[in-house]
Design a protein around this ligand. Structure first.
Ligand code: NDP
Length: 283
């Protein structure tokens, strides 16, 4: 029987650390502010924005929510981003993705000041992650690193396999594991013999977006298995990329979905916002 990694409990510890630090900043007259911009009414995005607002309340940040109509033009959105860039009360800016089709994510992200880009999506921050000289950690991969750390597993020298090579999860995940001296393999849809490669992993991170694709024959006995996937199964129930029931006996540690990586992503966003506020106040 493997150990189930409790993402809710780990994220509560991270948020508590942030809450204490935020309260101390308040005593010095520093308020931490996060602006969250949502365009249109994608239901999943609305849930994410609501959860981010709730997390801000928990840690003592002020959240500024901008809900714009789906027909917002690029010029209007860029005007708002520029206004937020200049606003001293706003330490972090998050534009909820995906944007409606007529808006170009890249143009918008590139116009957020890198020092307020708490999602770490701006090319400057992406480059910094690559060279290991970063202030903002990419939220989901950073959350994964906290979960691995919570198991007490040493990454150095371990075989690490990341399935998925997206810019927001797979690639930065591989970089963070590499910075910790893991031996990292990145797999994707063109990888041959995926089962064989994945089952070499001491640490396996699945970020594919395919419900329950990873079954026990993809994992090594005793491996740390982290499931980033957020999918719906055949009954419409939230599930990961890993078939939890099939893998839970074989894995050493495993994250559930929900209650694994998801809560960590928001906690790390709060961490980045706190870092931004400290940097902007010369601390
Ligand atoms: P993308 O769709 O951008 O990337 C998926 C990756 O999986 C691609 O690199 C793709 O390969 C690879 N892939 C697809 N099919 C296979 C296959 N059969 N075998 C091996 N690799 C495959 O997804 P994201 O990275 O954005 O997200 C991945 C999952 O994580 C989703 O379920 C998403 O909802 C979830 N997610 C969860 C978050 C959280 O907070 N818990 C945050 C962000 C994402 P290729 O490049 O060749 O196409």
């Amino acid at each position: 029987m493997s150990n189930i990694i409790d993402g809710k409990a780990v994220s509560a510890q991270v948020k508590e650390r942030i809450r204490v630090e935020t309260a101390k900043l308040k005593e010095q007259g520093i308020e931490v502010g996060l602006a969250v911009v949502i365009v249109g009414d994608d239901p999943a995005s609305k849930v994410y924005v609501r959860n981010k607002k709730k997390a801000c309340e928990e840690v003592g940040f002020t959240s500024y929510e901008y809900a714009l109509p789906a027909e917002t033009t690029e010029e209007e959105l860029l005007d708002l981003v520029k206004k937020l860039n200049a606003d001293k009360k706003v330490n972090g800016i998050l534009v909820q993705l995906p944007l409606p089709k007529h808006l170009d994510d890249k143009v918008i992200i590139n116009n957020i000041l890198p020092e307020k880009d708490v999602d770490a999506f701006h090319p400057v921050n992406v480059g910094k992650i690559m060279i290991g000289d970063y202030s903002f950690l990419p939220c989901t991969p950073a959350g994964v690193m906290e979960l691995i750390a919570s198991t007490g597993t040493e990454i150095q020298g371990k075989e690490c396999v990341v399935i998925g090579r997206s810019n927001i999860v797979g690639k930065p995940q591989a970089m963070l594991l590499l910075h910790k001296s893991g031996t990292v393999t990145i797999c994707h849809s063109k990888t041959k013999n995926l089962k064989e490669v994945a089952s070499r992993a001491d640490i396996l991170v699945a970020a594919v977006g395919k419900a329950k694709m990873i079954t026990k024959d993809f994992i090594k006995e005793g491996a740390v298995v982290i499931d980033v996937g957020m999918n719906r199964d055949e009954n419409g129930k939230l599930c990961g990329d890993v078939d939890f029931e099939d893998c839970k006996e074989k894995a050493g540690y495993i994250t559930p979905v929900p209650g694994g990586v998801g809560p960590m992503t928001i906690a790390m966003l709060m961490q980045n916002t706190l870092t931004a506020a400290k940097q902007q106040n010369g601390l």
